[in-house]
Write a protein that binds this ligand. Structure first.
Ligand SMILES: Nc1ncnc2c1ncn2[C@@H]1O[C@H](COP(=O)(O)OP(=O)(O)O)[C@@H](O)[C@H]1O
Ligand SMILES: [Mg+2]
Length: 1043
């Protein structure tokens, strides 16, 4: 059950009930699964690496944690950073933030969170921002040179780092000091499988442009370098090339000059190239096996890079000068020794370069001596390490952690004790494990392991790792934290986990077995003087400055301090530094070995919890009183539990708290009233208070809900009622207004009528009625007159074809104007007709008849219109022979012309003369002077013509006539329109019958008994010349083509 509302598990392990390793783990796991990675033990933050980006960082969160006190929000590193920063600012207490944990547990990330928090909340301004920028930018540079990919962490810091950030009295950063510890320099020459060398080498090769690479005499390919584990040269999620640019710009921001950056890169290149110097066997003149340089090119290039002669470097790599006060002996190195010397040189150059970079950064960020400052230290240091095979490095790392644990215990207890003292509460002694016995075992000046090691290194005579171990075994045979195969206090003879060359220390965090092999070597950390002297001779200012002991003038035969002694020294300085400050702890835990999010390996975490001493931490915290809180916040939280403190309490907070406690009747031994805080001995009491609070809150919530609901209903009812009254008053008012307006309008209307009526009555006599109409009539008449007079003056000519007519001046005269125009035209026509002679009348009548018959029906009609109907086309008048053909027929010949007759049998044509008289149609052979056929007009039943421009026509005869039995005639005339018009009129005159004239392309012709179907076709010529050709189509068909 979560203790406090909204919390997953308990947010503070001090309140864990029951307290035990298992419940502690369970609590961490529950919280981790709900992505609550931070948990408190009092004011210590436990951070479980989530291995995923959580949305709990950034400006909004910083702003939130800035405004609240430690316990008011969920546990967070920001809360811790805030407490540290605020008490630094307000109470002038120097702070330190100690971040510990295994590799990959999130220490470096945590330190960055602290720094970014402080950077965000501290003051602003140009000066301050540039200091901040320099402090923040030191991270990428140190990470490039000091971090590497390991199996556990892709960006593992391979050095310890302590950074003091210094502030002025306002809390603005002034600068800082960085101290680095024990760079893992063995990595320069050798890495485990799937691990990498330091990032900078890969960054340089991937990110440098071609020009820079050439200047450094490097190739881009990582596989070309013996010191690089090219198997793992790429790491997912790390972009070496862009990181290289970031590092360069960070160096510029910090204040490295271009020249310095170049020199740093040159020295880095020298290290890489040293790895490629191959050594081989060679014999000296006296047949002693010695080493030689296999390939001189590399050495040559290194020499060129740093201004050193190749021979000098070569001889330094191949031989060793042993100097005593009296003489100097030069011995050649064997290949193994030479390789060792080469690697030692590379490691030394690199680690000294790293130290120099730290020194150079410090030069940039250091604060002037005179200024008064407050300090916040951030320690990000390797955690306790237990590997398969533990060597000198693990030994010193674990020693450092042992010391930190000591600080932790002493400081927490001291803090606790001090708080009790401040609050005036009697201190009860707390039982805890004091690890100073282990620290002593290692660091005691005369009888510590480190002292023994130094002694062994300095001792003349045969010295080896095993003599060192023997010494330890002898010295610590009775020590309860020391074990080995031969000590009596433990029966380890049969322990297979411990080799002959091993010893074991029972650290506070667990037992670690160390292998003494190469302890002596690593502690000596010797570089042959020949090499340091060679380096000093280089023309390269940076490289030269890294080897001051190479200066022949400074040669002293005194040995430099050993690695162990140096480390012990720096740890001592660090401890002194930490003791002078108020500590804040972040303890980082790694949830699994695979860098996977969401995976919680209980076993792994249990192990870390054990050696981080979490349980112990909780116990210490709970030894006296588990829980404490200021009177103010306590009263605020539990006020509702007291009858007299709720809802208003006017007196002091302490009295309020006492009142509540009194009313709840909590046992008095459970509590202590300090000066500013109340102390609660048992978490159970707090749970009881919390439970009471929860119940009370429920009651209060119900009360609030009840009150609120009542209030809401009441106000809503009142609002509705008010609204209703308002609406109805508006409505009524509006209605009355409308009614009033209507009455008023009506009254006005009536008044107006009455007044108008009265006025009209009064004034009628003064007006002449009907004047308008008279005026209008007059105007109308005068414009009519004007129109007609105008028309008279512009009448068109009398010519019948002149169609002009003036338009009407006004629209109203349009109809009259048209009518006048029509009358005028008719009048002109009448005039025209009256002057025509009777002959002309006849001609026009014929033309009219022709028009009625053919207009719009026959194609040759339009040509016939302007042509005069001559009637005689064969000169009948002057030809008595032809006159005779008429026979006894009275009356004139209406039409005489030569036609073609189509032979009914074969379709051929033959000429005939056709005469039309008032009663007959006479057809004669042109050569003979006797009528061949005489057809009475009464026996012509019908005439058929085509619509085309040809002259074909057929005379259909009535069946009763004598000619009828012979059959119909099919003729072609050149004046078919005239002929048929005249025939029509003759038939009309003779028989009062209208001769049907059919215009058609298909008709049938009777020939004797046969009926022949005639079909007329328009030929391709378009009928222009109206020539015809006839073709028989079977016995009953005739096809006529108009060409
Ligand atoms: N708070 C965090 N949120 C997200 N990822 C984290 C967090 N802390 C650590 N990590 C992840 O774990 C990796 C290792 O963290 P790091 O701080 O380098 O470990 P350490 O310094 O303890 O060796 C980081 O590279 C990062 O991926
Ligand atoms: Mg780290």
């Amino acid at each position: 059950m979560p203790l406090l509302e909204d919390s997953v598990g308990v947010e503070d392990l001090v309140l864990l009930e029951p307290l035990g390793q298992e419940s502690l783990l369970k609590n961490l796991q529950i919280r981790f699964e709900k992505k609550e990675i931070y948990t408190y033990i009092g004011n210590v933050v436990i951070s479980v690496n989530p291995y995923q980006q959580l949305p709990i960082y950034g400006p909004e969160f910083i702003a939130k944690y800035r405004d609240y006190t430690f316990y008011e929000l969920k546990p967070h590193i920001y809360a811790l950073a805030n407490v540290a920063y605020q008490s630094l600012k307000d109470q002038e207490r120097d702070q330190c933030i100690l971040i510990t944990g295994e590799s990959g547990a999130g220490k470096t990330e945590a330190s960055k969170l602290v720094m970014s928090y402080v950077a965000a909340v501290c003051g602003k301004g140009e000066q301050v921002n540039s200091v901040k920028e320099q402090l923040l930018q030191s991270n990428p540079v140190l990470e490039a040179f000091g971090n590497a990919k390991t199996i556990r962490n892709n960006n593992s810091s391979r050095f310890g780092k302590y950074m003091d950030i210094e502030f002025d009295f306002k809390g603005c950063p002034l600068g800082g000091v960085i101290t680095n510890y024990l760079l893992e320099k063995s990595r320069v020459v050798k890495q485990l499988k799937r691990e990498r060398n330091f990032h900078i080498f890969y960054q340089l090769l991937a990110g440098a442009d071609a020009q820079l690479l050439k200047a450094l005499k490097l190739e881009r390919e990582t596989s070309l370098y013996a010191y690089l584990n090219w198997e793992a040269s790429r790491v997912d999620g790390i972009d070496d090339a862009s990181n290289f640019r970031a590092v360069q710009s960070a160096m510029t921001v910090i204040g490295f000059s271009d020249e310095e950056i170049r020199q740093v890169l040159e020295v880095t290149a020298v290290v890489l190239k040293l790895g490629n110097v191959e050594l081989s066997d060679e014999f000296q003149a006296d047949r002693i096996l010695a080493s030689g340089i296999h390939d001189g090119q590399g050495v040559q290039e290194i020499g060129e890079l740093v201004g050193l002669s190749a021979e000098e470097l070569e001889s330094a790599l191949r031989s060793r000068t042993v100097e005593t006060t009296k003489e100097k002996v030069v011995t050649a190195l064997t290949i193994i020794q030479a390789q060792y010397a080469r690697d030692a040189l590379a490691k030394n150059i690199y680690s000294r370069l790293f130290n120099w970079i730290v020194y150079r950064i410090n030069e940039s960020i250091k604060v002037g001596a005179g200024e008064k400052k407050k300090v916040m230290g951030v320690l990000d240091i390797y955690g306790f390490e237990i590997l398969q095979d533990n060597s000198f490095e693990q030994f010193v790392i674990n020693y450092c952690n042992e010391k930190l644990q000591q600080v932790f215990i002493e400081m927490t207890l001291k803090e606790e004790q001090e708080e009790y003292k401040r609050e005036g509460i009697p201190w009860t002694k707390v039982e805890y494990f004091d690890n100073s016995i282990i620290c002593n075992l290692i660091e005691h000046n005369q009888r510590g392991i480190l002292a023994m090691l130094d002694e062994e290194c300095l001792r003349p005579g045969v010295v080896s790792d095993s003599t060192f171990l023997a010494k330890l075994n002898q010295l610590f045979s009775q020590h309860e934290h020391y074990e080995s195969k031969v000590t009596q206090n433990a029966q380890h003879q049969y322990d297979h986990t411990m080799g002959l060359s091993c010893f074991r220390i029972c650290h506070y965090a667990g037992k670690v077995t160390y292998n003494v092999t190469s302890f002596i070597d690593k502690n000596n950390d010797l570089l042959y003087r020949d090499l340091s002297q060679a380096m000093w001779k280089a023309q390269h200012p940076l490289l030269q400055s890294l080897f001051p002991e190479g200066d022949p003038k400074q040669v002293s035969l005194k040995r430099p301090p050993t690695a162990g002694a140096q480390f012990k020294n720096s740890v001592a300085i660090l401890m002194k530094n930490l003791y002078s400050k108020n500590p804040n702890y972040i303890r980082c835990i790694k949830p699994n070995e695979h860098q996977q999010h969401g995976q919680f390996s209980s076993e792994l975490v249990a192990n870390q919890a054990l050696y981080l001493g979490l349980l112990e931490n909780v116990r210490v915290r709970r030894a006296g009183y588990a829980y404490r809180q200021g009177y103010g916040p306590f009263l605020e939280r539990y006020r509702m539990l007291g009858r007299s403190t709720w809802p208003h309490w006017k007196e002091g907070a302490r009295e309020g708290v006492e009142k509540i406690i009194g009313e709840l009747s909590v046992a008095s031994e459970e509590l202590a009233f300090g000066k500013t805080k109340i102390f609660i001995r048992n978490p159970k009491t707090l749970f009881y208070l919390e439970e009471q609070r929860r119940l009370r809150l429920q009651q209060l919530a119900t009360l609030i809900q009840k009150t609120y609901r009542g209030w809401r209903c009441r106000t809503s009812y009142q609002l509705m009622r008010k609204s209703q009254i308002l609406i109805s008053s508006w409505f009524r008012g509006n209605m009355q207004k409308k009614r009033y307006r209507k009455i008023r309008a009506s009254a006005l209307l009536i008044q107006a009528f009455v007044r108008g009526w009265k006025a009209r009555k009064n004034y009628r006599k003064y007006f002449r009625s009907g004047a308008a109409r008279t005026l209008a009539d007059f105007i109308y008449r005068s414009i009519t007159q004007k129109f007609l007079l105008g028309l008279k003056n512009s009448l068109p000519s009398i010519t019948i074809l002149d169609n002009k007519w003036p338009p009407a001046p006004y629209k109203c005269f349009n109809t009259a104007n048209q009518e006048l125009r029509r009358l005028c035209h008719q009048w002109k026509c009448k005039k025209f007709r009256d002057q025509l002679s009777p002959e002309q009348v006849q001609v026009l009548k014929e033309k009219l008849c022709a028009s009625e018959l053919f207009k719009g029906k026959k194609a040759s009609y339009p040509q016939s219109v302007p042509v005069q109907f001559r009637g005689d086309y064969i000169g009948l008048q002057g030809n008595p022979k032809l006159q005779k053909l008429k026979g006894g027929e009275k009356g004139p010949v209406l039409m005489a012309e030569t036609v073609k007759k189509i032979n009914r049998g074969n379709g051929k044509t033959s000429s005939r003369i056709l005469l039309l008289t008032k009663e007959h149609v006479i057809l004669t052979d042109a050569k003979k002077s006797r009528a061949k056929s005489v057809i009475g007009l009464d026996s012509v039943a019908e005439v058929s013509v085509t619509s085309l421009s040809d002259g074909l026509f057929s005379l259909h005869l009535t069946e009763m006539s004598s000619m009828g039995s012979k059959g119909d005639f099919l003729l072609i005339s050149d004046h078919v329109v005239e002929l048929l018009t005249k025939m029509y009129r003759a038939v009309l005159d003779a028989t009062q019958r209208e001769l049907p004239v059919t215009v058609t392309e298909k008709f049938s012709v009777k020939f004797k008994e046969n009926i022949v179907a005639v079909k007329v076709i328009q030929g391709p010529g378009g009928g222009g010349n109206s020539q015809l050709s006839c073709k028989k189509k079977g016995s009953h068909g005739l096809e006529v083509t108009v060409k």
